[in-house]
Design a protein around this ligand. Structure first.
Ligand code: FNR
Length: 357
């Protein structure tokens, strides 16, 4: 039987050796937005474990774009240099692993404490900061009311995305993902539940798409043929919210701007979202967007084992598989998955004696 999970995929000029990607997952472990030993160990382990692509966690394009003060950032040269070191190490120790970075702005969901410390809203004294959003609507009662972005701020944040993309390219990353999902800034523009603007960036669908599309266009112009992914939330899981049909339209327009792949997630916009998660619960969204917008997509969300991942690809519901928690619990997921599927993949020489036990 033909195997897809461990077959390569080429996007622009970048060849990914297989279709298993590490999902971006904030580690909330940085000081001043800088990559440190934790991040290096975390990403290198998954590279050695055989993933075709790594998407480095949400990295803020400006200080207010951080979810917590402990997020990675890519808005100054010190941060760029620290990322270069990470990329260099990956390329030295696992040369055929491709590494990308997710560029993000937290919008109204910023200025929070680490999840394991309760995610509480931080005051100025606790290193908290002002949050910004399309409209002055708080995420929930434990979040601040964000400042409504004016034209100057819209330009500043768009330029920040472009500058960060430029630095990511200079740092040696192979591809870029824009975070437009999970209720962060770009998603806040898309959804009528968080965007009640009365200018050209609010109201009807095309107006709500405008700012995220402008960001994608400007970034694409900066990075040329470097692969560009966009992560979307296919639905808010809430009445009157952003939905799958709008996501497919958004994907079509992103593709026209040169976006290569839509990374299809869901939710995150409102605290009262009603969803039931089960194995592969977002795969249907990937499949719908893939076929309606005729674009490459990824499936993510409770994909646990090799057979499930292979089935998603062989039934053409997605082009790549993005794994989050499965890779947190098992950095060597790929090595085990290949064994389960009876596919021979390279193991690190140092680990060869474990290949056939
Ligand atoms: C996440 N997720 C996430 N998503 C994203 O787009 N950017 C991010 O930085 C993060 N951060 C993050 C941290 C941690 C600890 C977890 C567990 C998750 C969501 C993640 O990428 C993924 O989409 C979901 O976890 C669903 O996939 P899995 O985990 O079921 O494979």
């Amino acid at each position: 039987m033909k195997n897809l999970l461990f077959s390569p995929i080429t996007i622009q000029d970048v060849v990914f050796k297989n279709r298993v990607f590490m999902s971006p997952m904030c580690q909330y472990s940085a000081q001043d937005g800088l990559v440190n030993e934790w991040h290096i160990t975390h990403y290198l382990s998954r590279a050695i474990g055989g993933v075709g692509g790594i998407i480095v966690e949400a990295s803020a394009v400006e200080p207010r774009g951080r979810i917590t003060p402990y997020d990675l950032g890519i808005y100054n040269s010190e941060q760029k240099d620290a990322f270069s070191k990470l990329v260099e190490l990956i390329k030295k120790l696992s040369p055929d692993t491709k590494i990308g970075i997710q560029l993000a702005h937290a919008g109204r969901k910023g200025s929070k404490d680490k999840p394991w410390l309760g995610e509480k809203l931080l005051t100025k004294q606790e290193n908290g900061y002002e949050t910004i959003a399309p409209s002055p609507i708080a995420f929930d009662e434990d979040s601040s009311v964000p400042k409504q972005m004016d034209k100057k701020e819209l330009n500043f944040v768009k330029e920040s995305f472009v500058n960060s993309a430029k630095m990511a390219k200079e740092a040696g990353f192979d591809f870029i993902e824009l975070h437009m999902a999970h209720g962060y800034l770009s998603h806040e523009f898309l959804s009528p539940l968080s965007n009640i603007r009365e200018d050209e960036y609010g109201g009807n669908l095309q107006n709500r798409l405008r700012y995220p599309l402008e960001i994608a266009k400007s970034v694409k112009e900066e990075i040329n043929n470097m692969p560009l992914f966009v992560r979307v939330s296919a639905t808010d899981w809430a009445k009157g919210g952003w939905d799958l049909e709008s996501s497919a339209e958004f994907a079509k327009q992103l593709k026209l701007l040169g976006v290569d792949l839509i990374d299809v997630s869901s939710g995150g916009l409102v605290s009262y979202a009603q969803l039931e998660t089960d194995f592969g619960y977002q795969t249907f969204f990937s499949s719908t967007i893939k076929h309606k917008a005729n674009v490459l997509t990824s499936a993510v969300g409770l994909i646990a084992n090799a057979y499930q991942a292979e089935h998603i690809l062989s039934t053409k519901q997605a082009d790549i598989i993005v794994l989050g928690r499965a890779l947190l619990s098992d950095p060597y997921w790929c090595l085990h998955a290949a064994k389960a599927l009876n596919v021979d993949i390279d193991w690190p020489n140092q680990y060869l004696r474990a290949k056939h036990i």
